[in-house]
Design a protein around this ligand. Structure first.
Ligand code: MN
Length: 128
């Protein structure tokens, strides 16, 4: 089963993301701050990481940079979930090693569709 790790300090957001993912059959793991998120990622080796940027200990940029230094997580899709709408912040998430981003508040109707691109296996060939 595909494992998704949610690193997000806001309980309501965590609940909503988890609900939508579980509904589609994903195994969901949750971390409430950056450091525990990194620890959990190393332990469970998720297929996808949803990463909040504003976290209580270290910010999401630092979480992404740290995750990318671990060889076994170097290619794991990391999707930043950020309330920042400014272009510079988007660039910053990508520069920190994120694979993409979704803006908060998320749209529950399109959320899973947006994640789909990041849930395909790295080895899978696609015709794009
Ligand atoms: Mn937050």
């Amino acid at each position: 089963m595909n494992k998704v790790l949610i690193i997000e300090d806001n309980e309501q957001n965590r609940y909503l993301f988890a609900f939508l993912l579980k509904d589609k059959g994903y195994a969901v793991f949750e971390a409430v701050d950056g450091r525990s998120g990194i620890e959990m990622a190393r332990e469970i080796q998720p297929d996808l990481i949803l990463l909040d940027i504003q976290l209580p200990d270290i910010d999401g940029y630092q979480v992404a940079r740290t995750l990318r230094t671990h060889g076994d997580l170097a290619a794991t899709p990391i999707v930043a979930v950020t309330s920042y709408a400014m272009t510079g912040d988007r660039q910053k998430t990508l520069a920190a090693g994120c694979s993409g981003y979704i803006e908060k508040p998320i749209n529950p109707q399109t959320f899973m569709q947006e994640l789909k691109a990041f849930l395909s296996t790295p080895n899978k060939e696609n015709g794009q």
